[in-house]
Unconditional design. Sequence first.
Length: 225
Amino acid sequence: MRLLTKEFYTLAELQAAWEMADHDVQYLIATGRLKLSIVVYSQTLVTMPSGPHLPTDAKRRVYSGMLDLNASDAVAILRKGETQIACFSMPDGAAGHFPYYFRDQTVIKVDELMVRHAERERVERQWLASRASDATGPFGHSADYRAVHMHDRKFTLGPKQAGVIKYLHRAHMLGQPWCSGRDLLEHVGSEGDRLRDLFGTGDKWNTLILSDGRGLYRLAIPTQQ
């Protein structure tokens, strides 16, 4: 069954579709890679045109539709569960804010966060799909990362090995491929001192992982700098 193409998605359903951890989503938002929005209905707003403007350029209007949040406000909502906002961006690029007497109505909760369809496509094209590879590419994996391939080599991984590869793959997709060995060991709950020991003496280590020789590691697939 083909899924419905929506004008916007809740952040929760998009995160589920991307199978992305909370901290990865916050990273995309905090760095400006993913813009969040809210939907308002018959809301009184004050808007200013984009670019240089004078106070007399402000216009009061009643608006129904989507408003784009500043990255700092979006991150605050995610971290606190809700926050009060005053400023936002209109779809035409104009700056806007809620009138002061509506301030008590501007508390935005995390379940009100939305992502426009066009924004989803942009992020998937620019930051996710362009940094990932499917089963026909140099790297592929099963849903649980217990079965992976690198080029023409196939491997079956243990739970902790799979956890490391999944973590490194997420880092690769986010454009931050190099990860600390200590962080990786801690992430999978390993009590070992060296990441290499987790993979043993076979070909898994040399085929799947690259080291910078200073405690950082990444998947052995091309990165886009």
